[in-house]
Design a binder for this molecule. Structure first.
Ligand code: DGL
Length: 278
């Protein structure tokens, strides 16, 4: 087992990736993790392809410098707009042992367990929806289980979460509006992918407006079980991940605000340090 601190890096534009980290910690408590939230520049959802790529590459590079060999982009927008470029163009020039994985493929591969009739809805940021990553990946990786995909961009949801507006009347208004749009675009939808890691934080409000019979796929569960499988298939990477149950938190914004909000989102007090990305 590795002796130094060689954590798994978990990156998001802000607080959303905490919904993924929470499941990592519960499923793999012996592993070490570093969480990095680029709160100073969140949200990424309405930013251009070039900017999301640039910011994500900066974060990934920082996490590698901090000792990570494996980084999970716990952000759909970064997975949609930056992952492929980083995997194809940047990693080969860095170190052949480094890996970056995203959250879209695990969700897509798991959707067969959720849908019965193949009518799937996607809720995501404008960036994720416009990238068309979900329809493309569902076509490739859902094993023919998905026959119809409908997407709805929810540009206001991430700013609501970043500002800790989890259950105000304004939040209910926007959540119900986007869900109604999605369900009226395809009334046959029987399962919805929450295609943004911030959205599980709005779960009580989302559940209020999604009829009982419709399944909701939250990424934390599927991404964590796919990560366990990945490490079992790649023992050389597993050996490069240290296991002393330590989790460190970094933000590009104000540390006190991060600690206060993160505690609400992750259900325990956390100590955070500031990091500058460039
Ligand atoms: N959590 C990110 C995602 O999964 C939010 C992106 C944003 O910052 O808008 O897409």
């Amino acid at each position: 087992m590795a002796s130094q601190f060689q954590p798994i890096g978990v990156f998001d534009s802000g607080y959303g990736g905490l919904t993924i980290l929470k499941d990592f910690i519960s499923v793999m408590p012996e592993y070490d993790f570093i969480y990095l939230g680029d709160n100073a520049r969140a949200p990424y959802g309405s930013r251009s392809f070039e900017v999301v790529y640039e910011y994500t590459l900066q974060a990934v590079t920082k996490l590698f410098e901090m000792g990570c060999s494996l980084v999970i982009l716990a952000c759909n927008t970064a997975s949609a707009k930056a992952l492929r470029n980083i995997q194809m163009n940047d990693l080969p020039q860095m170190d052949p042992n480094l890996r970056v994985l995203g959250v879209i493929r695990p969700a897509v591969e798991s959707i067969g367990d959720y849908t019965g009739n193949g009518h799937v809805g996607i809720l995501g940021t404008a960036g994720t929806v416009l990238s068309n990553s979900y329809p493309i990946e569902l076509e490739k990786w859902s094993g023919g289980k998905v026959v119809h995909t409908t997407q709805e961009a929810c540009p206001i949801w991430v700013p609501l979460v970043e500002n800790n507006e989890l259950d105000s009347p304004g939040t209910e208004y926007f959540v119900s509006k986007n869900i109604q749009n999605l369900l009226s675009a395809d009334p046959k939808i029987d399962s919805i992918i929450l295609g943004c890691t911030h959205y599980p934080l709005l779960m009580p409000v989302i559940r209020k407006f999604v009829p009982e019979g419709i399944q909701l796929l939250e990424q934390g569960k599927v991404v964590s079980s796919k990560l366990v499988e990945y490490l079992a298939r790649h023992p050389e990477m597993d050996q490069r991940c240290s296991k002393s149950g330590l989790v460190k938190y970094y933000t590009t914004e104000n540390v006190e605000i991060f600690e206060k909000n993160a505690a609400t989102f992750i259900g325990q007090t956390v100590k955070c340090e500031k990091v500058i990305l460039k």
